[in-house]
Design a protein around this ligand. Sequence first.
Ligand code: BGC
Length: 749
Amino acid sequence: MKRDIGALIKKMTLEEKAGMCSGLDFWHLKGVERLGIPSVMVSDGPHGLRKQDDKGDHLGINDSIKAVCFPPACLSACSFDRELIKEMGVHIGREAQAEDVSVVLGPAVNIKRSPLCGRNFEYYSEDPYLSGEIAIACIQGIQSQGVGTSIKHFAANNQEYNRLSCSSEVDERTLREIYFPAFENAVKKAQPKTVMCSYNRINGVYSSENPWLLTDVLRDEWGFEGYVMSDWGAVNERVAGLKAGLELEMPSSNGTGDAEIINAVKNGTLDETVLDNAVERILKVVFDYIDNRHKEKLELEADHQEAKRIACESMVLLKNEGILPLKKEEKVAFIGEFFKKPRYQGGGSSHINSFKVDSAWDCLNGKENVVYAEGFSAVDDVYNENLAKEACEVAKNADKVVIFAGLPDSFESEGYDRKHMHLPECQNRLIKEIAQIQPELIVVLHNGSPVEMPWLSCTKAVLEAYLGGQAVGSAIADILYGIVNPSGKLAETFPYKLSDNPSYLNFNCPEKVEYHEGLYVGYRYYDKKEMDVAFPFGHGLSYTTFEYNNMRLSTDSITEKDIVTVSLDVKNTGDMAGKEIVQIYVKDNTGTSMRPIKELKGFEKIYLEPGETKTIEICLDSRSFAYYNMDIHDWFIESGDYEILVGASSRDIRLNATLHIENSQKLPLKVHMNTTIEELLGDERTKKYGLKFKHEMDVLFGGSESTSTDIEDAMADAMALSMPIRNLVGFGVYKKEDMLTLIEEIKNA
Ligand code: BGC
């Protein structure tokens, strides 16, 4: 339907316009009845609907309607499956239509900087490319149903502690390469209807009033067309926020923010067109929803099945020494209360009121050869002698043991961070005790973020079920018994211990968190440090095996404008059908700028019957090779060689090929008195001057004479290379004015 929103805004009073820029209550925007502007609702998000009617809260404390809890992001990202995530989005979008919710508050794409962030379970990955690809799929799925999304929390919200006031101190290159790309790609490729700004400050400025973030980058550079809403209570100064590009304050400020806007327009400190533009952006999204409103029925049972399918496709088999899948005829002891009471979602604003929950107990109880002992509780950390004794007894008499371990609810949640990476001590102790009497031991984990596994070497298999959504139990049962072949891979690294993590020294600080590790987040750090990890990024096993062959590049040399296609053949070499996730990493071998060893730039998941071979093709565009250059404040590709690595994980690279890129763009020459001889030598355009100056230095210090020793040569060389050219003036080789003329000549070279 064609609407004249501009004309509508002209009819609105100043009060009505200011009113549109904040919530009516916890979940609704205001409407203007006399003008036919409806009051629409928004609801959490991200992995299902948390629709509340009265008694709204943003911590998931009060009840919400019965809905379906799909697997939270920590698990669904491990599917590496764009189509699957899109379908999940379609189901969530349909539920939102059925419940008249105009915007689902998600996806949440903050980068997992530390395993301790209490909200990691709601986030996808430590890798910006993977986070962005999954977010795009989720947004496309939900928005295909005529419902909006709110990608959150923009940006650099990577800890829960003091999240409303703390400043994330991050350099621009790191923001651009690590913390922004998931938002950037999602905005450019999927246009979420709304963006939710984060609570925190970035380099001292609240995200909710940061014009660089909300306008220069988000709108002007990336082309965002929707409206920005605040996280719940994230507004610091309302008028500053509106000017910076924050259209909607959520929830209601009980009139405070609106009054400030009205006063600012009246006293001339706020241009009314800023307000008009904000109202226009909000109304466009509101009417977009209204115009796409359609009848939809809640299909909870069907959605539950979908939640199970997603869980099955995402769980990660971390270790398997031939012990899985289980066989029906084996007597299996299941231990741990999580078997009966799975932990399948995290606490806080994403908490769904699930209409039903599958436990593994529901699926397996009563079956022949299945026995159970509680062993430990799912809610606390108390070692209970009687429960432990009973569990050991049951374990001893079984063929195999599966321990369901995990983090109790109180160990990780929105609102606070974890203090350590341990499982409850009572669980670690019992796992070790059982390992001593029963070597046929499997551990299933329920956790939203990595845990240390001090018992890893005594177990034969570990299945990472993460927080699996409400169908978690049946998904685990199907994987354990081989009805489903596991195919998820880790979207984050599992370090051996917390202190291995790059953010260890700078996390959970009260006022300012210095992101000193810069680009080196997750595998980018562990790779550079050549550090062993418990399980690397991208790792995940299957009950079958895959072989990678015949890697080809569509060309071995491109310019900065071209795309290159990587193809390879993948064969299922085992005897069970299965899915494989093939990962493409790019390694910069030009040696010109500081870069991680390699970065994920493509992936594909494929299904293969036993013996079957398929060819996959993955395109790499210019962004796959670029880094953010701080001299030009833009993405830049260095000319030179790049290695394209094909891996089954970040630490299991199977094939590689070299690609040459010739970039016709050159970085601007920066030549001045303090440019070093080495810098001149490193750039083709200035190399000849570098050689000339180097020669002059050699002559001056006599370093190249045959009488000098190796060490003297090396010293003289190093000194000459690191010498700013002003020293040639100081040493009397040039007069100052001659050097200044020469600098001009070099600049024009
Ligand atoms: C969370 C958001 C959520 C909002 C509404 C905030 O506390 O950070 O992610 O969408 O509450 O519940």
